[in-house]
Design a protein around this ligand. Structure first.
Ligand SMILES: Nc1ncnc2c1ncn2[C@@H]1O[C@H](COP(=O)(O)OP(=O)(O)OP(=O)(O)O)[C@@H](O)[C@H]1O
Length: 609
């Protein structure tokens, strides 16, 4: 077949341009990327070989060859290889989510040094050191191979070729060395050895150059922590996670006895783009006796810990184990519980050892972890122990333990309010009585908060109580006086009849400066929950709430007086609607008919000016 010239996809072209102009200061990493891809390809070939004997290889390895004369460096693997379509799809395009956004920000050149460090560039990083790259590949099981070549300028050529061994070879035509620009002589054996040792030592296949093997191939998770450097952990984390920021914390564990396994886990320092998407990937890889079996192993961790990355190496599973079997395996379920407990315990440690890291962790992953409060009951206490929440006590989030410690004499509940933002909650009329009494209120603004507060009853024996639900039973709170009750009886009855949108109208002592507020029934749905259920397509009747009036407010007492004098005045029902509408607006709610509210308000205002 003849040679075709194709264009890189637009995003890929932009990334290439960045690579050619080399905004990465560390160019050595191109070799790490090529070796990492080769190692993945060897894993894939091994797995394919388990199903189909003819795809096997006896000697899986990676080979590096340097040619000083020709100024080329070749990285060759006998892994799975790629078909022509795969080369076009995988090398000619970038499918990773978030790439476009990252590229846009990189282009604007803000924070570029920081950003590029967080962005995996993969194969394209080779263009930092190359003026031409030739890729030869044949997929295991295919009859012909593919030759791909590009000098990184936006196009590449591709052709079908015969006589290519299974696997992939990438020949890098090196640019002239320029040590001032950190562009070293990558045909230099010492340099190559240094890079492999530094970045790829743990790769489980031999990386060979001539007669020697450059890497130790030691599984990091099997080595004692004291023998492994931070740098080695970081490189391993990069290899398995494709995350270019350093992990926040490293968790290592080993279980001995009837079912043996080792785990090396990492808490990332940034949430991935897809954390809250349905089917977000899980971060654990399963190995059996040092052999890679599966990634995205969702059987090994509960969903609310899906962001944890790492490796679990189990000694007693079959190499042929499938996802279906994993799901039912009793030992796997046990591992899952143990890992979850260990991770939560490690985060608790982090809280006391490194408050700054803990804060980062909770900011990035808190909403995901809180999802764990919705399923099962096992880890509720452990999750609440590591949770922190915004609160009226200060600008920094508080733990529940600290909240309890601050509770004044007489307070017996953990008060909270849910809403869209801190400001909205803090300005809501519901806060008034709590502010007046000096009671701290937790300000819950994550979507998941609306749901878990329905499911969790207490923390360490102290009940959670929404301040927008039920009657306020602040200890020693006075009931509206019998005189007030009597004076307001008629107007309340009339309001109950007039306002269709509310379930009940009653007096309250919870307000100090606002005329009115809305509260939910003790067991009724909150408006936010109702909205969420409806968004999920559930057909629910609208839930009505209770309108509470502050008898000490001049507007409320004026309505009472007006109703006493002119019970049949049709204007009064408009005022009642305004009263209800204002209560709704004050808590950040939405009016059913804003135009009608505005017209009523304009009418009343025009009579006052
Ligand atoms: N040596 C290889 N053998 C087989 N397939 C390869 C090889 N190198 C790259 N590929 C394929 O090309 C894809 C793109 O590689 P690239 O390095 O750009 O990204 P990646 O490895 O998916 O992500 P990362 O940016 O984290 O490295 C790989 O996912 C793989 O499918």
């Amino acid at each position: 077949m003849s040679t075709e010239t194709l264009e890189f996809q637009a995003e890929a072209r932009q990334l290439l341009e960045l690579m050619v102009h080399s905004i990465y200061s560390n160019k050595d990493i191109f070799l790490r990327e090529l070796i990492s891809n080769a190692s993945d390809a060897l894993d894939k070939r091994r797995l394919a070989g388990l199903k189909d004997d003819s795809l096997k290889t006896d000697d899986p390895h990676i080979e590096i060859e340097a040619d000083k004369e020709a100024r080329t460096l070749t990285v060759r693997d006998n892994g799975i290889g790629m078909t022509r379509d795969e080369v076009v799809g995988l090398i000619g395009t970038i499918a990773r989510s978030g790439t476009a956004e990252t590229l846009r920000r990189l282009k604007e050149n803000k924070e570029s040094a920081e950003l590029i460090g967080q962005f995996g560039v993969g194969f394209y990083s080779v263009f930092m050191v190359a003026d031409k790259v030739t890729l030869l590949t044949r997929k295991a099981g295919e009859a012909t191979g593919v030759r791909w070549e590009s000098d990184g300028d936006g196009t590449y050529t591709i052709e079908t070729v015969e006589d290519v061994p299974v696997g992939t070879s990438i020949r890098v035509h090196l640019r002239p060395a320029d040590e001032e620009d950190a562009l070293y002589d990558y045909t230099d054996e010492a340099k190559i050895r240094q890079i492999v040792k530094r970045y790829s030592d743990f790769i489980s296949f031999p990386v060979r150059m001539g007669e020697s093997t450059l890497n130790s191939m030691k599984a990091l998770w099997a080595r004692p922590r004291s023998e492994v450097s931070e740098e080695e952990y970081r490189e391993f984390y990069r290899h398995i996670s494709h995350d270019w920021t350093d992990p926040l914390d490293i968790i290592q564990m080993r279980a001995e006895g009837t079912f043996e396994y080792e785990a090396l886990l990492f808490l990332p320092s940034r949430a991935p783009h897809d954390l809250y998407q349905r089917d977000a990937r899980h971060g654990l890889q399963l190995y059996v006796k040092r052999v890679f079996i599966l990634d995205d192993s969702r059987e090994l961790l509960p969903d609310h810990l899906r962001f944890v990355k790492g490796v679990v190496d189990a000694a007693d599973l079959s190499l042929n184990i499938s996802r279906e079997i994993l799901q039912q395996d009793r030992h796997i379920q046990l591992i899952r519980r143990r890992l979850a407990k260990k991770i939560l315990a490690s985060i608790k440690d982090l809280m006391s050892k490194d408050a700054e890291k803990y804060r980062t962790f909770w900011r990035e992953f808190g909403p995901a972890v809180k999802e764990g409060l919705l399923d099962g009951t096992e880890d509720h206490k452990a999750i609440l122990d590591i949770a922190s929440f915004a609160s009226t006590a200060g600008d920094e989030p508080t733990t529940l333990a600290d909240y309890l410690a601050r509770m004044p004499e007489g307070q017996d509940k953990i008060y909270f309010m849910t809403g869209d933002s801190r400001a909205q909650i803090e300005n809501s009329p519901h806060m008034e009585a709590f502010r007046a009494k000096g009671y701290e209120v937790l300000l819950l603004t994550d979507r998941v908060d609306e749901i878990w507060v329905e499911a969790v009853h207490d923390y360490a024996g102290t009940e959670f109580q929404s301040i927008t639900r039920g009657a306020v039973d602040l200890p020693s709170e006075e009931e509206p006086s019998p005189e007030q009750a009597e004076a307001y009886a008629a107007v309340l009855t009339w309001l109950n009849d007039t306002l269709d949108d509310v379930k009940e109208v009653r007096l309250t002592t919870r307000l100090t400066s606002s005329p009115a507020c809305l509260v939910s029934d003790t067991d009724g749905l909150t408006p936010a929950l109702e909205k969420m259920y409806k968004a999920m397509g559930q057909d629910l009747p609208s839930v009505k709430r209770i309108l509470e009036l502050n008898p000490k407010h001049p507007l409320v007492s004026a309505v009472r007086a007006a109703h006493e004098k002119r019970p049949d005045d049709p204007e009064l029902s408009g005022t009642a609607e305004l009263l209800y509408g204002t209560a709704l607006l004050a808590e950040g709610g939405e009016l059913a008919d804003p135009a009608r509210f505005a017209a009523l308000l304009a009418d009343r205002l025009s009579k006052t000016v």
